[in-house]
Each structure stands twice: as structure tokens, then as C-alpha cells.
Design a binder for this molecule. Structure first.
Ligand code: ADP
Ligand code: ZN
Ligand code: MG
Length: 624
């Protein structure tokens, strides 16, 4: 058995919010600026057209030579009409600037030459002065406000403005902006049923009020990552056709102390104003962790935010038709205060989809894509046990990408096969060139496969491959016939044998073992330990459960869990685990020794072909 990549991780960071985009260049602010600047300068210099500028001395010379008819003095500027005409037959106009020291000879000069002098106030009209003083500010402020608004809307927030610092960052989806209908959410029937009631209430709160029926204020959607919690919340808002406020718990924690709490207050305030409305707090576990357990302190912000959420939820009455949805994939770490009556007291669980649901999720995501006739979606639904909705979406997308890369018009069986292997087994790694290594890996994988084929309770083999993928050097894919929620003891014991089969085959065919089985041993041991200590599957210990704490060592809750059994029991557990593994190893070795011919045949075929599937194995070994 190969070491399988941990698919859960790949889906935890999914963030499907779509940010609004601004693909078209917006020229309006530039036009605005241009016009304003133009106005500004044309007001400043009122009559500049076709005026010749002279130096002060040439101007005086011109006056002395009787070249000037009349002058207008405005401040330090002198405008003059010359006696000579321009091309258009009008008096030529000139201008000059007086020196800042007073020239006492100027006025007598004008008098001597009989020049009409008009003095205008250097002050501009009062309205012009005011306008000119405020215009630059209008310009600056306008630009600032504009760019701020543009930035805000790029962040997906229509409101806020320049001073919207502590405002709720919740995105408000306008009524028709979300087009997710319940039909696009495949499976999840019981969750949908539960939310239909909410939709009914939001659409017609009067009906409920008249009957005195009270709906819970808060509904908590719980389920593993990628099972469609966010999707379902959006679909609920779309179906109810009410204002939808959505915020992610992780967004609260990003800023200064106090901002999160004020955002919560704002969001609730606004929702109440627009009621009936729906509030959705995604990933609530990031603010809603049990208080006072944070490691290393510094959780003030989180606690304040959580307290604010609790206060707001208590604050509104049933007269406000506002429903709060929250989603989490860690309900176990939530603060109990959140789950008390009057808060999130209704819980809706979203499980990983079963085969039928997987098939309909695949159908939803392939609906708008050109799919080749040779693709059997049911087949892939059967082969994707443990996949979440998001994983299935990813499968379809990887297949489409592969089809595009190979320039195909339709997404075919081969594309799906490629995507399936890539997601389930990891990307193809570096090829192993060394012939001895290849032989050993072929033997090892054949050992897993043959054990699985020969044991009655093991999952059937789907594929054996010595193409390295992810961390694994080779892969034996087994495929359960159906989704199982409950595992009988003989199934688990055979599974341990299959895990040990690789190492046993190396012993049988090559006379020694290698490091390649490290992960197999780890998995087998973990399984055996659970069987002995938690599932009461050992005769010596009997039906007793001794919790083994290994998960989530960094979360507050688990830290307190102490070993509550004696050292003698611990030793007994260890011994039982060891005995179970030993027994299974001996049996597997015997099985493979008595089928050594088949093992060698299979290994040779695997080494030659690199990948062989269930049908080919059957033909090769004449098993049925
Ligand atoms: P969660 O919030 O539970 O982690 P999401 O709602 O973000 O999961 O799901 C991620 C994506 O997976 C969705 O956008 C959707 O495309 C797909 N998906 C998940 N569950 C379903 C489902 N039941 N039906 C259809 N698509 C689903
Ligand atoms: Zn192995
Ligand atoms: Mg989500």
C-alpha cells in the first residue's frame, strides 16, 4: 500500500468568494481633473489671448516713441493697446510687468505722452477668490475619495468610504447578485430540508409570528472542509432573496484590538435595519474557540469579538427576522457559550457525500462542460470514496485542464483517469532508473496487490503501478465496493495483512526487507493500536476503551487529556498490538510463499508495463 497524500489538507484553505474585478480602464477621474485644472488656470489668467509680452524697458521705450494708445494697470501688470494694427486690423495688444519697487517716472511718462490710464483693482472678484481657494481642495479631496472607494470596492466592500475603518467588512450580496440555487447544491438533502424552513421564515416572517412560532436565531453548519457549507449558506440567501451579510471568522482577527468587535456591532446593526436578512459567519471556529485556552496569550481581539457576537445574539428579539448562519469544520473546539439555547442551538451536519451524492455533485459540475460519451460518472462516483464536494469539483476541473492541454474538444475518460490518479495518488514524480530499485518496488507493490486479491475480506485491487507519485515510490490502489461507515474486525485484520504484504513479498522474493515499507508499518501499527485500545478487538484486554491521544497536539482542548490508565495497561496494549501484527505478518508470509509463482508473475508484469489494472491482473493470474 502506498503512502497516500493527505487530501484533507488541500481543501482547508479554499476560499470561493469571488472578488469583483475592474477590467475596464476608468478615465472619469482623469477627465474630471483635466476640466478642473483647465477652469482653474483660465480663471487665473483672464485675458491672455493674443497679447505680446514685452520687457519693462522695451515697454517704456515704446511709450516714449508714442507707440501706445492706452494702458490698463492691474496690480503689477500693465496691459497696453498699441497704435499699430495687427493682421486682423485691430490694435495690437501688449503686456508687461512693473518692477516691484515703485518706478516714479512711469506715471509722468504716461502723462507726457497723453496716454489714457485706467487702473483696475488688483483684487479678483470675491466669488472668484473663493472659488480659486477651494478648487484645489475639491480636486484633492475628490481624487482621494475616489481612489479610496475604488480600493474598497476592489476589496469586495461597497461601503466604508474614507472613514470606514471600524465598519463591518461583511460583504453584502445584493439580492440578485448570487445565482446559486438549491439545485446547484447536490446531495445534502437533510441539511437543505432544514434550511428550507429558514427560507420560508425569511420570506414570510408574519406567518410565523402570528402563530407564535419561534425559529432558532442561529444555525450552525458543521462538516469537514469542502462539503459545501459556504455554498449552502449562499444558496440559502439566494433562495430566500434577502440581504446577505457574509464575513469570515479569520477576517475578524486581522486587525487591532476592538476593530473586530465594532465590525460585529455594525454588521448586526445593518442587518437589523434591513431585516429580514441573513448573516453568515464563515469559519466561526477562528473567533469562537473556547475562551482562555489560547497558547501564548494575545487573544484579546478574538475574545472581544466572540463576546460581541454573543451579546448581539442575545440582544435581538424574535421581532427581528434576522437569522445567523455559521459554519465550522471544528465544532469540537467551539466555546460552549456559542452553543447555548438562544444562540447556535440548532446544528446541521454536512457529511462527506456518499456514492449517490458524489454522482450528483459530479453531474452538477459537469453540466456546463463538454463531456465525452465514454465517461461514466457513476464509475468515478464509486472510485472517489472520501472525496468532498470540493474534491469532486477539483477532479472535474483537473480533467478539463488535461483535456485543454491535449487540445481536445471533449473531456474524455482518459482525462478523468489522469485527474483521478493525480488527486488520489499525487502528481507523477521522478522516474526511477535503477533496475534493481524498479524490481524491488514491483515486487513490493505486487505483494500488496496479491494479498488483497487472495484475502476474502480485503478491498478489491483497482490498479498497481510503479510510477512514483507524491511521496510514494509505487502505488497499489484498492477500491472498496461501497461506502462503509462501520468496519468489521475481519476486514480490519485483512487490511493489516495487505499493508504488510509489500514487506512480506520483499522477504519472499528478495530475501530481505528495505526502507520502502516504513509508511506501511506506521499505518498497520496505528490500525492495530486502535483495534486493541479503542474498539475492544483484543481478547486479553476485552471491550475496554483506552483513549490514545495523538491528534491536534496544539489545540487547547486536547492538551488537558491525560493518560487515564496504568503503566501496566499501557504495556499490555503494546504487547497486544505487537502480537496482532506478528500474527498477521506470519500469515501473510505463508500466503505469499504458497503463491510465490503468482507473485513473481505479477511482479514481472508490473515491472514491464509500469501500470496494470484489475482486468489485466485477472487475465494474467486466472484468478476467477
Ligand atoms: P466548505 O465551506 O464546506 O469548506 P465550500 O462550500 O466552500 O465548502 O465548497 C467548495 C466548493 O465545492 C463549492 O464552491 C462547490 O463548487 C463545491 N461543492 C461542495 N459541496 C458541494 C455540493 N454538495 N454540491 C455541489 N458542489 C459542491
Ligand atoms: Zn507499501
Ligand atoms: Mg467554507
Amino acid at each position: 500500500m502506498a503512502e497516500k497524500p493527505n487530501r484533507q489538507d488541500s481543501t482547508t484553505q479554499r476560499n470561493p468568494e469571488k472578488q469583483p474585478v475592474h477590467p475596464v480602464f476608468d478615465w472619469r477621474p482623469f477627465l474630471f481633473t483635466f476640466i478642473t485644472l483647465f477652469l482653474y488656470y483660465s480663471l487665473l489668467q483672464p485675458n491672455q489671448a493674443k497679447v505680446e509680452t514685452l520687457s519693462y524697458s522695451s515697454f517704456k521705450t515704446m511709450v516714449a516713441q508714442e507707440g501706445i494708445e492706452s494702458v490698463v494697470i492691474q496690480g503689477f501688470k500693465i496691459y497696453g493697446n498699441a497704435k499699430s494694427k495687427d493682421d486682423a486690423g485691430k490694435p495690437k495688444r501688449i503686456q508687461t510687468t512693473m518692477p516691484e519697487f515703485n518706478d516714479p517716472t512711469l506715471l509722468p511718462l504716461f502723462e507726457r505722452h497723453d496716454i489714457a490710464v485706467e487702473v483696475r483693482s488688483s483684487e479678483l472678484p470675491i466669488w472668484l477668490t473663493i472659488l480659486m481657494n477651494i478648487l484645489p481642495w475639491v480636486l484633492i479631496f475628490g481624487f482621494f475619495a475616489y481612489s479610496n472607494r475604488a480600493l474598497q470596492s476592489r476589496l469586495g466592500n461597497g461601503r466604508g468610504g474614507v472613514f470606514g475603518f471600524g465598519q463591518s467588512k461583511a460583504r453584502r450580496y445584493e439580492k440578485l447578485a448570487v445565482h446559486i440555487s438549491f439545485q446547484e447544491v447536490a446531495g445534502l438533502e437533510s441539511a437543505k430540508e432544514e434550511l428550507r424552513e429558514v427560507i420560508d421564515y425569511l420570506k414570510n416572517p408574519e406567518k410565523f409570528r402570528k402563530l407564535g412560532a419561534k425559529l432558532p436565531k442561529g444555525i450552525l453548519l458543521m462538516g469537514p472542509p469542502g462539503t459545501g457549507k459556504t455554498l449552502l449558506a449562499k444558496a440559502t440567501a439566494a433562495e430566500a432573496n434577502v440581504p446577505f451579510f457574509s464575513i469570515s471568522g479569520s477576517e475578524f482577527v486581522e486587525m487591532f484590538v476592538g476593530v473586530g468587535a465594532s465590525r460585529v456591532r455594525n454588521m448586526f446593526e445593518e442587518a437589523r435595519k434591513l431585516a429580514p436578512a441573513l448573516i453568515f459567519i464563515d469559519e466561526i471556529d477562528s473567533v469562537g474557540r473556547v475562551r482562555g485556552t489560547g497558547m501564548g496569550g494575545g487573544n484579546d481581539e478574538r475574545e472581544q469579538t466572540l463576546n460581541q457576537i454573543l451579546a448581539e445574539m442575545d440582544g435581538f428579539t424574535s421581532a427581528d427576522p434576522v437569522i445567523i448562519l455559521a459554519a465550522t469544520n471544528r465544532p469540537d473546539v467551539l466555546d460552549p457559550a456559542l452553543l447555548r439555547p438562544g444562540r447556535f442551538d440548532r446544528k446541521v451536519t454536512l457529511d462527506l457525500p456518499q456514492k449517490k451524492a458524489r454522482c450528483s455533485i459530479l453531474a452538477v459540475h459537469t453540466k456546463a462542460k463538454p463531456i465525452d460519451k465514454n465517461v461514466n460518472l457513476e464509475d468515478y462516483a464509486a472510485r472517489t470514496i472520501g472525496f468532498s464536494g470540493a474534491d469532486l469539483e477539483n477532479l472535474v476541473n483537473e480533467a478539463a485542464l488535461h483535456a485543454a492541454r491535449t487540445d481536445k474538444k471533449y473531456i474524455s475518460h482518459e482525462d478523468f483517469e489522469y485527474a483521478h490518479d493525480k488527486i488520489l495518488l499525487g502528481a507523477v514524480g521522478q522516474e526511477i532508473v535503477n533496475k534493481q530499485d524498479r524490481h524491488r518496488i514491483a515486487v513490493h507493490e505486487s505483494g500488496h496487490a496479491l494479498t488483497a486479491l487472495l484475502l476474502p475480506n480485503a478491498d478489491p485491487v483497482a490498479k498497481v503501478s510503479i510510477i512514483p507519485r507524491g511521496r510514494a515510490l509505487g502505488v497499489t490502489e484498492t477500491q472498496p465496493e461501497e461506502d462503509r461507515l462501520n468496519f468489521p474486525q475481519d476486514y480490519l485484520e485483512d487490511k493489516i495483512s495487505v499493508l504488510l504484504g509489500g514487506r512480506c513479498a520483499e522477504k519472499v522474493c528478495l530475501g530481505g526487507v528495505s526502507t520502502g515499507a516504513a509508511d506501511d508499518l506506521k499505518q498497520a501499527t496505528r490500525l492495530a493500536r486502535s483495534m486493541v485500545s479503542q474498539w475492544g478487538m483484543s481478547k486479553t484486554l476485552g471491550a475496554v476503551s483506552y483513549p490514545q491521544h495523538e491528534e491536534h497536539p496544539f489545540l487547547g482542548m486536547e492538551l488537558t487529556q491525560a493518560k487515564d490508565y496504568s503503566d501496566v495497561t499501557a504495556r499490555l496494549i503494546d504487547e497486544e498490538v505487537e502480537a496482532l501484527i506478528k500474527r498477521r505478518e506470519t500469515e501473510t508470509l505463508e500466503l505469499l510463499i504458497s503463491n510465490k509463482d503468482k507473485l513473481e508473475k505479477l511482479a514481472a508484469a508490473v515491472q514491464e508495463k509500469e501500470t496494470i489494472d484489475a482486468d489485466e491482473i485477472e487475465q494474467l493470474l486466472h484468478l476467477k
